[in-house]
Structures are given as C-alpha cells and as structure tokens.
Design a protein around this ligand. Structure first.
Ligand code: HEM
Length: 192
C-alpha cells in the first residue's frame, strides 16, 4: 500500500498508509486547506490534538478513524488470548473453550464486530448491529451471557485495552474516553 504524501507537524514525512483511492492518509485527507494533520504531534502519534477548525471532533476522528480502530482491536484481541485470566489458559471454562476451540473460525468475525462496535461508540459513521441483538443497538448482554464473565475478568480486559491503546500511542484524553465507553457496558457483559 502506498504511503501518505502528507507532512507531519514538524515537517517530516507522514508514515501512515494512504487511504484507498487517495494519495493521503485518513487524517491528512480530513484536514482542510493543506494544514498539518495533527497539532503539536506527528500523525503517527495517535489521539493528537487537532488545530482549531480542522476536521471533526468526534472521538472516532481523534483516534484516526476505522483503520486505526481496527488496528487497535486486532492487537487487543490477540493480546486477550495471551492473558492468563481470559485467554487460552483461563480458569473460566467457557472462555478457555472459546480461546482454544472456537478462535480459528470466530476470531476474524469477532475482530470485525468489535471494530464496528467501537466505530459506532466513538461517533463514527458506521452503524453496529449485533449478531445477537440486545435491548438496544449497542447492548452486549446477549453476545456475552453464555461466557459467565466475572467483574474481575472484565477489569482484566479493560487493562489489556488500556495497554493496547498505549502501544499505539493514543493520547491520555482519548484513552480515557475509549475506556469509559467500554466500562459503561460492564453490567451487560458481566453475568457471573
Ligand atoms: C465493553 C466491553 C466489551 C465490548 C465492547 C465487547 C464487544 C464485543 C462484540 C461487539 C462482540 C460480538 C457481538 C456479536 O456477535 O454481534 C463480542 C463477543 C464476544 N466477546 Fe466481547 N466485548 C466486551 C467485553 C468482553 C469481555 C470482558 C470478554 C471476555 C472476558 C469478551 C469476550 C467475548 C467473546 C468470547 C465473544 C463471542 C465471540 C463469538 O461469538 O464467537 N468480551 N464482544
């Protein structure tokens, strides 16, 4: 995939992939009048401050859009499998079973659905519709009830998500907003 032709705030070359059908990445495309993509930081540092009047201010935009979200979800979902609490050696038999016998056929779809959920939850243009619909569009209870997830297991996953956001250099403000969006659905996910 070709690289973005845009410049970083400090005059360097943007290191993002160009968006499909464009010479620029998502963030540079979203800026007007040839301004630098992210105020005060290299666009590779995600969750950076935008200059006044630039692009949208949604969390989705500040994170860098669907491709960045999918990258974080991809990494985070793989990291979950390595966790002794919720991964392939989880003491929760349902989670262990999923991580060892279902993972191959279900992981690509799970990453897709998780990314879609995050895109919607952060104000992106995509609309999440669960394969196991709940009380409302974003409800997660039906999708998780068979796994008997505990409060501790949920907190472990939030910790893995926080580390994943750090791994991609997401700023503290955006990190907190993403974690808050997840935590707001804790009651739907926890059933044990
Ligand atoms: C707020 C936090 C969470 C969010 C936003 C989330 C998101 C999702 C989404 C969107 C799906 C797919 C739903 C569908 O089928 O349409 C899903 C399924 C699933 N999630 Fe979560 N999840 C969360 C917490 C957790 C936790 C804490 C665990 C494990 C400890 C977990 C494990 C799973 C598993 C095993 C599936 C089923 C995949 C399948 O159908 O094969 N999730 N989650």
């Amino acid at each position: 995939m070709p690289r973005c032709v845009g410049k970083t705030v400090d005059g360097g070359q943007c290191k993002r992939d160009a968006a499909e059908g464009s010479k620029k990445c998502y963030q540079h495309k979203a800026t007007k009048g040839g301004k630098k993509a992210v105020g005060g930081q290299c666009p590779m540092k995600l969750g950076g401050k935008k200059e006044k009047g630039e692009g949208g201010d949604s969390l989705y935009d500040r994170l860098g859009g669907a491709f960045v979200i999918a990258r974080v979800v991809n990494y985070f979902s793989n990291e979950m499998l390595r966790s002794p609490k919720v991964g392939i050696n989880s003491p929760n038999p349902k989670l262990k079973e999923w991580a060892t016998t279902k993972v191959k056929e279900r992981m690509p779809g799970l990453k897709f659905m998780r990314s879609l959920w995050v895109c919607t939850a952060t104000g992106g243009p995509q609309q999440y519709a669960g394969t196991k619909p709940g009380k409302n569009q974003m409800d997660l209870s039906e999708a998780h009830k068979e796994f008997n997830i505990t409060s501790e297991e949920f907190d472990e996953v939030v910790g893995i998500l926080a580390k994943s956001l750090d791994h991609f250099g997401v700023g503290e403000k955006e990190k907190k907003e993403v974690l808050d969006a997840f935590t707001a659905h804790k009651k739907e996910v926890v059933s044990a």
